[in-house]
Design a protein around this ligand. Structure first.
Ligand SMILES: [Zn+2]
Ligand SMILES: [Zn+2]
Length: 186
C-alpha cells in the first residue's frame, strides 16, 4: 500500500461519526497493521482538513466535511479504479449530510423521544452527535425528498434502536408513550 491510501482509510474509519485524531489513527492502524505510520496518518488528516474534506467541529475531533468534495478530489482520494462508484457513495453521503443538517436545524440536537443531549451525557467527544431516523425507508427512489418535520427525526442511539425493534419501525408518538409509561413504573 502507498501513502495515498491514508485519506481513503481516514474517510472509511470516520464513517458518519465524528472521531478524535487519536481514534482515527488507531482505526487506521488496525487496517494498515505493521505498515502503519502515525506521522503520515496525522499529516494526511491535516492535509484533508486544509482541503476542506474534513471539518473539525471541536478541538481534535474530526468529521467528514459538509460540502461535497470537488470531482478531482474524489478521484484523487480513491486510489482504486472504481471512480464512478465512489462518486455515487459521496453523493449519497452528501445527501445524508444535508438531510442531517436540515433535521438538526429544524428539531435541534436533543433526542426527540427522551430529550437527551449526547454531549451532556458523554462530554465533548459526543458534542453535535445524534442519529437521524428516517421515518420513510431510504430504499425508495432517489426522487424522494423527505419532509424535515415528519421524516427526519433526531434520536439518540438507544431510542433509535428501540424504534427499530419492530418492523415497520415504531412511530415517535408510540416510543414517547412507552418511555413515559416505563418511567412511571420505575
Ligand atoms: Zn433518546
Ligand atoms: Zn431509523
Amino acid at each position: 500500500m502507498t501513502d495515498k491510501t491514508y485519506p481513503e482509510l481516514i474517510l472509511q474509519v470516520i464513517g458518519s461519526f465524528p472521531r478524535t485524531t487519536g481514534e482515527i489513527c488507531d482505526l487506521v492502524r488496525q487496517k494498515r497493521g505493521a505498515d502503519f505510520n502515525e506521522h503520515s496518518c496525522r499529516e494526511a488528516l491535516s492535509t484533508m482538513g486544509k482541503k476542506g474534506l474534513l471539518e473539525s467541529p471541536a478541538r481534535g475531533v474530526w468529521a467528514r466535511a459538509t460540502k461535497i468534495a470537488p470531482r478531482e478530489e474524489v478521484e484523487n482520494l480513491s486510489g482504486f479504479p472504481e471512480g464512478a462508484k465512489k462518486e455515487i457513495t459521496v453523493n449519497r453521503y452528501e445527501r445524508d449530510r444535508r438531510n442531517r443538517k436540515a433535521a438538526i436545524a429544524f428539531h435541534g440536537i436533543a433526542c426527540l423521544a427522551c430529550n437527551v443531549r449526547m454531549a451532556e451525557r458523554y462530554g465533548e467527544i459526543a458534542d453535535g452527535f445524534i442519529e437521524i431516523h428516517h421515518t420513510k425507508s431510504l430504499s425508495t427512489s432517489d426522487e424522494y425528498t423527505p419532509d424535515v418535520e415528519t421524516d427526519l427525526i433526531p434520536l439518540c442511539p438507544n431510542c433509535h434502536t428501540v424504534v427499530h425493534l419492530v418492523n415497520p419501525p415504531m412511530r415517535l408518538e408510540e416510543l414517547k408513550l412507552r418511555l413515559a409509561e416505563a418511567t412511571k413504573r420505575r
